[in-house]
Ligand binder design. Sequence first.
Ligand code: THU
Length: 133
Amino acid sequence: MHKQLIETAVKARQMAYAPYSHYLVGAALLTKDGNVYTGCNVENASYSPTNCAERTAFFKAVSEGERHFSAIAIVGGKEGEELSKHCTPCGVCRQVMTEFCDNDFEVILGTPEEYKVYKLPEVMPLSFSNTEL
Ligand code: THU
């Protein structure tokens, strides 16, 4: 399941629109019902409207009525280079994961050949969530 999700993220990465950073990211988000939503980063000449691959996947899924997620695979690297280093999610994407996911949510980082699986609290310790409100 993890490897397959990474492979789906690799395909999603092909759609990345990153003419400014030339750093291409793909994500594949698995719902608890077994549906998969993909995302890529979408950059902008004004820079700040840029959306990360992870948030693209989450917002596609949530806007289709999904609310329960079990894992996300993330792959990223420089345009024209082999995928090697792990692409770790930015703070804003970790906060979005915190909004919709529980402590069992898995964050899968790496490549189809080599990846590591983290639980959400490992990548987002001491998080602020809706349980505080
Ligand atoms: N980016 C993502 O899409 N996800 C990450 O986890 C890290 C960064 C994107 C944002 C921007 O388009 C490019 O990578 C360089 O920061």
